[in-house]
Write a protein that binds this ligand. Structure first.
Ligand code: GH3
Ligand code: MG
Ligand code: MG
Length: 315
Protein backbone atom coordinates (compact mmCIF):
# COMPACT_ATOMS: atom_id res chain seq x y z
CA UNK A 1 0.00 0.00 0.00
CA UNK A 2 1.23 3.50 -0.88
CA UNK A 3 1.89 5.93 1.94
CA UNK A 4 2.97 9.54 1.81
CA UNK A 5 5.47 11.00 4.26
CA UNK A 6 5.85 14.75 4.40
CA UNK A 7 8.52 16.09 6.72
CA UNK A 8 11.01 18.91 6.18
CA UNK A 9 13.56 17.27 8.45
CA UNK A 10 15.72 14.83 6.52
CA UNK A 11 16.55 12.63 9.52
CA UNK A 12 12.90 12.29 10.58
CA UNK A 13 11.94 11.51 6.99
CA UNK A 14 14.52 8.78 6.67
CA UNK A 15 13.61 7.23 9.98
CA UNK A 16 9.95 7.12 8.97
CA UNK A 17 10.84 5.75 5.57
CA UNK A 18 12.91 2.90 6.99
CA UNK A 19 10.24 1.96 9.51
CA UNK A 20 7.47 1.97 6.94
CA UNK A 21 9.39 0.18 4.23
CA UNK A 22 10.17 -2.55 6.73
CA UNK A 23 6.40 -2.84 7.23
CA UNK A 24 5.93 -3.35 3.49
CA UNK A 25 4.58 0.09 2.56
CA UNK A 26 5.40 1.71 -0.75
CA UNK A 27 6.73 5.02 0.56
CA UNK A 28 6.58 8.38 -1.21
CA UNK A 29 8.54 11.01 0.72
CA UNK A 30 8.40 14.79 0.24
CA UNK A 31 9.85 17.66 2.23
CA UNK A 32 7.08 20.24 2.17
CA UNK A 33 3.32 20.68 2.37
CA UNK A 34 2.76 21.82 -1.19
CA UNK A 35 4.40 18.72 -2.63
CA UNK A 36 2.40 16.64 -0.18
CA UNK A 37 -0.83 18.19 -1.44
CA UNK A 38 0.25 17.59 -5.02
CA UNK A 39 0.83 13.88 -4.32
CA UNK A 40 -2.47 13.55 -2.46
CA UNK A 41 -4.34 15.17 -5.36
CA UNK A 42 -3.13 12.64 -7.95
CA UNK A 43 -5.89 10.29 -9.16
CA UNK A 44 -4.00 7.21 -7.97
CA UNK A 45 -2.10 8.98 -5.21
CA UNK A 46 -1.55 7.49 -1.74
CA UNK A 47 -4.55 7.08 0.55
CA UNK A 48 -2.50 7.04 3.74
CA UNK A 49 -0.46 10.08 4.76
CA UNK A 50 1.85 10.89 7.62
CA UNK A 51 2.27 14.64 7.76
CA UNK A 52 4.64 16.64 9.88
CA UNK A 53 2.78 19.58 11.36
CA UNK A 54 5.43 22.25 10.94
CA UNK A 55 6.63 22.50 7.36
CA UNK A 56 7.57 25.39 5.09
CA UNK A 57 4.98 26.53 2.54
CA UNK A 58 1.90 24.71 3.69
CA UNK A 59 1.88 23.11 7.15
CA UNK A 60 0.38 19.69 7.94
CA UNK A 61 -2.94 21.13 9.14
CA UNK A 62 -3.11 23.25 5.95
CA UNK A 63 -2.60 20.15 3.81
CA UNK A 64 -5.41 18.42 5.75
CA UNK A 65 -7.91 21.19 5.12
CA UNK A 66 -7.03 21.36 1.40
CA UNK A 67 -7.36 17.58 1.02
CA UNK A 68 -10.76 17.64 2.71
CA UNK A 69 -12.03 20.08 0.09
CA UNK A 70 -11.61 17.41 -2.58
CA UNK A 71 -14.88 15.52 -2.51
CA UNK A 72 -14.61 13.61 -5.77
CA UNK A 73 -11.82 11.23 -4.82
CA UNK A 74 -11.44 8.31 -2.40
CA UNK A 75 -10.94 9.17 1.25
CA UNK A 76 -7.39 9.76 2.51
CA UNK A 77 -6.49 8.77 6.04
CA UNK A 78 -4.19 11.42 7.47
CA UNK A 79 -2.03 11.13 10.56
CA UNK A 80 -0.34 14.30 11.81
CA UNK A 81 3.07 13.82 13.38
CA UNK A 82 3.85 16.64 15.73
CA UNK A 83 5.85 17.79 18.67
CA UNK A 84 2.84 19.91 19.70
CA UNK A 85 1.30 18.32 22.73
CA UNK A 86 -1.18 20.93 23.87
CA UNK A 87 -4.83 19.89 23.78
CA UNK A 88 -5.79 22.92 21.72
CA UNK A 89 -3.18 22.01 19.09
CA UNK A 90 -4.51 18.50 18.83
CA UNK A 91 -8.07 19.77 18.56
CA UNK A 92 -7.00 22.21 15.84
CA UNK A 93 -5.28 19.40 13.89
CA UNK A 94 -8.31 17.15 14.06
CA UNK A 95 -10.62 20.05 13.19
CA UNK A 96 -8.47 20.78 10.13
CA UNK A 97 -9.26 17.28 8.89
CA UNK A 98 -6.62 14.97 10.37
CA UNK A 99 -7.87 11.53 11.39
CA UNK A 100 -5.23 10.83 13.97
CA UNK A 101 -2.04 12.23 15.42
CA UNK A 102 1.24 11.02 16.87
CA UNK A 103 3.56 13.02 19.05
CA UNK A 104 7.29 13.09 18.50
CA UNK A 105 9.36 11.15 19.34
CA UNK A 106 7.08 8.43 18.03
CA UNK A 107 7.24 4.79 18.89
CA UNK A 108 7.52 2.44 15.87
CA UNK A 109 5.04 -0.11 17.28
CA UNK A 110 2.45 2.58 17.98
CA UNK A 111 3.04 4.16 14.57
CA UNK A 112 2.44 0.93 12.66
CA UNK A 113 -0.53 0.00 14.85
CA UNK A 114 -2.16 3.37 14.11
CA UNK A 115 -1.52 2.96 10.41
CA UNK A 116 -3.19 -0.44 10.50
CA UNK A 117 -6.24 1.26 12.03
CA UNK A 118 -6.14 3.69 9.12
CA UNK A 119 -6.02 0.81 6.65
CA UNK A 120 -9.03 -0.83 8.31
CA UNK A 121 -11.01 2.38 7.97
CA UNK A 122 -10.04 2.72 4.30
CA UNK A 123 -11.08 -0.87 3.63
CA UNK A 124 -14.41 -0.15 5.27
CA UNK A 125 -14.85 2.90 3.06
CA UNK A 126 -13.98 0.86 -0.04
CA UNK A 127 -16.57 -1.75 0.89
CA UNK A 128 -19.22 0.93 1.41
CA UNK A 129 -18.44 2.58 -1.92
CA UNK A 130 -18.56 -0.79 -3.65
CA UNK A 131 -21.91 -1.61 -2.02
CA UNK A 132 -23.28 1.79 -3.06
CA UNK A 133 -22.11 1.26 -6.65
CA UNK A 134 -23.67 -2.21 -6.75
CA UNK A 135 -26.97 -0.80 -5.47
CA UNK A 136 -26.80 2.03 -7.97
CA UNK A 137 -26.16 -0.41 -10.81
CA UNK A 138 -29.02 -2.66 -9.71
CA UNK A 139 -31.40 0.28 -9.50
CA UNK A 140 -30.59 1.45 -13.01
CA UNK A 141 -29.94 -1.74 -14.97
CA UNK A 142 -31.87 -4.75 -16.11
CA UNK A 143 -30.63 -7.84 -14.24
CA UNK A 144 -30.84 -10.24 -17.20
CA UNK A 145 -29.08 -8.22 -19.89
CA UNK A 146 -27.30 -5.56 -17.78
CA UNK A 147 -28.69 -2.93 -20.16
CA UNK A 148 -30.27 0.24 -18.76
CA UNK A 149 -33.71 -0.52 -17.40
CA UNK A 150 -36.93 0.92 -18.75
CA UNK A 151 -37.21 3.81 -16.29
CA UNK A 152 -33.66 4.98 -16.92
CA UNK A 153 -33.72 4.71 -20.72
CA UNK A 154 -37.01 6.60 -20.91
CA UNK A 155 -35.62 9.33 -18.62
CA UNK A 156 -32.51 9.59 -20.76
CA UNK A 157 -34.64 9.84 -23.88
CA UNK A 158 -36.67 12.64 -22.31
CA UNK A 159 -33.50 14.50 -21.39
CA UNK A 160 -31.96 14.05 -24.83
CA UNK A 161 -35.13 15.24 -26.58
CA UNK A 162 -35.17 18.42 -24.52
CA UNK A 163 -31.49 19.05 -25.05
CA UNK A 164 -31.51 18.51 -28.81
CA UNK A 165 -34.62 20.68 -29.17
CA UNK A 166 -32.82 23.48 -27.31
CA UNK A 167 -29.70 23.05 -29.45
CA UNK A 168 -31.71 22.58 -32.63
CA UNK A 169 -30.21 19.11 -33.04
CA UNK A 170 -31.76 15.72 -33.63
CA UNK A 171 -32.22 12.67 -31.43
CA UNK A 172 -32.90 9.36 -33.12
CA UNK A 173 -34.95 6.81 -31.22
CA UNK A 174 -35.25 3.16 -32.22
CA UNK A 175 -37.54 0.55 -30.79
CA UNK A 176 -36.49 -2.99 -31.67
CA UNK A 177 -38.51 -6.13 -31.00
CA UNK A 178 -37.23 -9.67 -31.51
CA UNK A 179 -39.27 -11.51 -34.13
CA UNK A 180 -41.26 -14.58 -33.10
CA UNK A 181 -39.44 -14.70 -29.79
CA UNK A 182 -42.26 -16.64 -28.21
CA UNK A 183 -41.41 -19.57 -30.47
CA UNK A 184 -37.84 -19.58 -29.07
CA UNK A 185 -39.24 -19.96 -25.56
CA UNK A 186 -41.83 -22.48 -26.67
CA UNK A 187 -39.40 -24.53 -28.73
CA UNK A 188 -36.28 -24.45 -26.56
CA UNK A 189 -37.34 -23.24 -23.13
CA UNK A 190 -36.95 -20.00 -21.19
CA UNK A 191 -33.30 -20.61 -20.36
CA UNK A 192 -32.44 -20.53 -24.06
CA UNK A 193 -34.79 -17.54 -24.48
CA UNK A 194 -32.75 -15.76 -21.82
CA UNK A 195 -29.50 -16.65 -23.58
CA UNK A 196 -30.88 -15.10 -26.77
CA UNK A 197 -31.91 -11.92 -24.92
CA UNK A 198 -28.42 -11.56 -23.44
CA UNK A 199 -26.72 -12.03 -26.81
CA UNK A 200 -29.12 -9.63 -28.53
CA UNK A 201 -28.35 -7.04 -25.84
CA UNK A 202 -24.62 -7.53 -26.39
CA UNK A 203 -24.99 -7.10 -30.16
CA UNK A 204 -27.11 -3.99 -29.77
CA UNK A 205 -24.44 -2.42 -27.59
CA UNK A 206 -21.74 -3.27 -30.08
CA UNK A 207 -23.67 -1.79 -33.00
CA UNK A 208 -23.97 1.66 -31.41
CA UNK A 209 -21.38 4.19 -30.26
CA UNK A 210 -20.20 4.40 -26.69
CA UNK A 211 -22.16 7.60 -26.06
CA UNK A 212 -25.47 6.19 -27.36
CA UNK A 213 -27.94 4.58 -24.94
CA UNK A 214 -29.42 1.10 -25.11
CA UNK A 215 -32.10 -0.07 -22.70
CA UNK A 216 -34.42 -3.00 -22.19
CA UNK A 217 -37.84 -1.49 -22.74
CA UNK A 218 -39.88 -4.63 -22.13
CA UNK A 219 -39.60 -8.43 -22.41
CA UNK A 220 -37.99 -8.66 -25.86
CA UNK A 221 -38.19 -4.99 -26.76
CA UNK A 222 -35.20 -2.67 -26.71
CA UNK A 223 -35.03 1.09 -26.86
CA UNK A 224 -32.00 2.74 -28.45
CA UNK A 225 -31.30 6.46 -28.23
CA UNK A 226 -28.73 7.96 -30.59
CA UNK A 227 -27.42 11.35 -29.57
CA UNK A 228 -26.73 13.94 -32.20
CA UNK A 229 -27.62 11.61 -35.03
CA UNK A 230 -28.90 13.35 -38.12
CA UNK A 231 -32.26 12.47 -39.53
CA UNK A 232 -30.50 11.43 -42.77
CA UNK A 233 -28.38 8.90 -40.85
CA UNK A 234 -31.27 7.38 -38.91
CA UNK A 235 -32.22 4.62 -41.37
CA UNK A 236 -28.59 3.65 -42.01
CA UNK A 237 -27.93 3.32 -38.30
CA UNK A 238 -31.11 1.31 -37.75
CA UNK A 239 -30.19 -0.97 -40.63
CA UNK A 240 -26.80 -1.57 -38.98
CA UNK A 241 -28.56 -2.55 -35.78
CA UNK A 242 -30.98 -4.88 -37.61
CA UNK A 243 -28.14 -6.48 -39.55
CA UNK A 244 -26.08 -6.92 -36.38
CA UNK A 245 -28.79 -9.23 -35.07
CA UNK A 246 -29.70 -11.05 -38.29
CA UNK A 247 -26.18 -11.48 -39.70
CA UNK A 248 -25.11 -14.48 -37.61
CA UNK A 249 -27.21 -17.03 -35.75
CA UNK A 250 -27.11 -16.72 -31.96
CA UNK A 251 -25.10 -19.49 -30.31
CA UNK A 252 -27.11 -21.06 -27.51
CA UNK A 253 -26.78 -24.13 -25.30
CA UNK A 254 -29.21 -25.81 -27.72
CA UNK A 255 -27.18 -24.89 -30.79
CA UNK A 256 -27.21 -21.90 -33.15
CA UNK A 257 -30.57 -20.13 -33.62
CA UNK A 258 -31.35 -17.64 -36.39
CA UNK A 259 -32.74 -14.51 -34.72
CA UNK A 260 -34.10 -11.37 -36.34
CA UNK A 261 -35.37 -8.05 -35.07
CA UNK A 262 -37.90 -5.55 -36.41
CA UNK A 263 -37.25 -1.89 -35.71
CA UNK A 264 -39.22 1.31 -35.63
CA UNK A 265 -37.19 4.52 -36.07
CA UNK A 266 -38.01 8.06 -35.14
CA UNK A 267 -35.94 11.20 -35.73
CA UNK A 268 -37.07 14.10 -33.54
CA UNK A 269 -36.08 16.68 -36.15
CA UNK A 270 -38.58 15.26 -38.67
CA UNK A 271 -41.44 16.07 -36.33
CA UNK A 272 -40.06 18.89 -34.24
CA UNK A 273 -41.09 16.86 -31.24
CA UNK A 274 -39.56 16.89 -27.81
CA UNK A 275 -42.22 15.00 -25.89
CA UNK A 276 -41.21 11.55 -24.74
CA UNK A 277 -44.72 10.05 -24.73
CA UNK A 278 -45.40 11.12 -28.33
CA UNK A 279 -41.96 9.94 -29.39
CA UNK A 280 -42.60 6.52 -27.89
CA UNK A 281 -46.02 6.32 -29.52
CA UNK A 282 -44.60 7.21 -32.94
CA UNK A 283 -41.68 4.82 -32.74
CA UNK A 284 -44.04 2.09 -31.57
CA UNK A 285 -46.30 2.65 -34.60
CA UNK A 286 -43.28 2.44 -36.88
CA UNK A 287 -42.27 -0.84 -35.22
CA UNK A 288 -45.76 -2.14 -35.76
CA UNK A 289 -45.47 -1.37 -39.47
CA UNK A 290 -42.16 -3.24 -39.60
CA UNK A 291 -43.90 -6.28 -38.10
CA UNK A 292 -46.83 -5.96 -40.50
CA UNK A 293 -44.45 -5.64 -43.46
CA UNK A 294 -42.95 -9.05 -42.77
CA UNK A 295 -40.51 -8.50 -39.85
CA UNK A 296 -36.67 -8.35 -39.94
CA UNK A 297 -36.92 -4.82 -41.37
CA UNK A 298 -36.78 -1.15 -40.36
CA UNK A 299 -39.67 1.30 -40.70
CA UNK A 300 -39.42 5.01 -40.14
CA UNK A 301 -41.99 7.20 -38.42
CA UNK A 302 -42.14 9.75 -41.22
CA UNK A 303 -44.48 12.72 -40.80
CA UNK A 304 -46.22 12.05 -44.10
CA UNK A 305 -47.07 8.44 -43.21
CA UNK A 306 -50.46 8.15 -41.62
CA UNK A 307 -50.41 6.16 -38.41
CA UNK A 308 -51.82 2.71 -38.58
CA UNK A 309 -55.18 2.66 -36.80
CA UNK A 310 -55.05 -1.15 -36.68
CA UNK A 311 -52.24 -0.93 -34.15
CA UNK A 312 -54.51 0.38 -31.45
CA UNK A 313 -57.17 -2.21 -32.23
CA UNK A 314 -54.85 -5.20 -32.17
CA UNK A 315 -52.82 -4.23 -29.10
P1 GH3 B 1 -43.47 -10.81 -32.75
O1 GH3 B 1 -42.60 -11.20 -33.86
O2 GH3 B 1 -44.79 -10.33 -33.18
O3 GH3 B 1 -42.80 -9.81 -31.85
O4 GH3 B 1 -43.74 -12.12 -31.88
P2 GH3 B 1 -43.12 -12.54 -30.51
O5 GH3 B 1 -43.33 -13.99 -30.32
O6 GH3 B 1 -41.72 -12.07 -30.42
O7 GH3 B 1 -43.95 -11.65 -29.50
P3 GH3 B 1 -44.84 -12.00 -28.25
O8 GH3 B 1 -45.16 -10.67 -27.65
O9 GH3 B 1 -45.98 -12.86 -28.65
O10 GH3 B 1 -43.94 -12.84 -27.29
C1 GH3 B 1 -42.92 -12.26 -26.55
C2 GH3 B 1 -42.42 -13.32 -25.60
O11 GH3 B 1 -41.28 -12.86 -24.88
C3 GH3 B 1 -43.44 -13.73 -24.58
C4 GH3 B 1 -42.69 -13.74 -23.28
O12 GH3 B 1 -42.88 -14.91 -22.55
C5 GH3 B 1 -41.25 -13.62 -23.70
N1 GH3 B 1 -40.40 -12.96 -22.70
C6 GH3 B 1 -40.57 -11.75 -22.14
N2 GH3 B 1 -39.59 -11.51 -21.25
C7 GH3 B 1 -38.80 -12.61 -21.23
C8 GH3 B 1 -37.62 -12.97 -20.50
O13 GH3 B 1 -37.08 -12.23 -19.67
N3 GH3 B 1 -37.06 -14.18 -20.76
C9 GH3 B 1 -37.61 -15.04 -21.66
N4 GH3 B 1 -37.02 -16.21 -21.88
N5 GH3 B 1 -38.74 -14.73 -22.35
C10 GH3 B 1 -39.32 -13.54 -22.14
MG1 MG C 1 -41.34 -9.98 -30.47
MG1 MG D 1 -42.89 -7.71 -28.01
Amino acid sequence: MKILIADDDRMSRQLLMKTLEREGYEVIAVDNGLLALQQLSLPDGPRLALLDWMMPGLDGAGVCSEVRKQHDRPYIHIVLVTSKREKQDIVAGLEAGADDYLTKPWDPAELTARLRVGQRILQLEDRLVEARETMRFKATHDPLTSLLNRGVIVDLLARELTRTRREDGCTVTMLGDIDHFKSVNDGYGHVVGDEVLREVARRLLSSVRSYDFVGRYGGEEFLIVLNNCSSAQADVRAEEVRNGIAKHPVQTSRGPLPITMSLGVFASKDWNLDQVEETLAKVDSALYRAKADGRNCVRRAAPNTSQDPLRQLIK
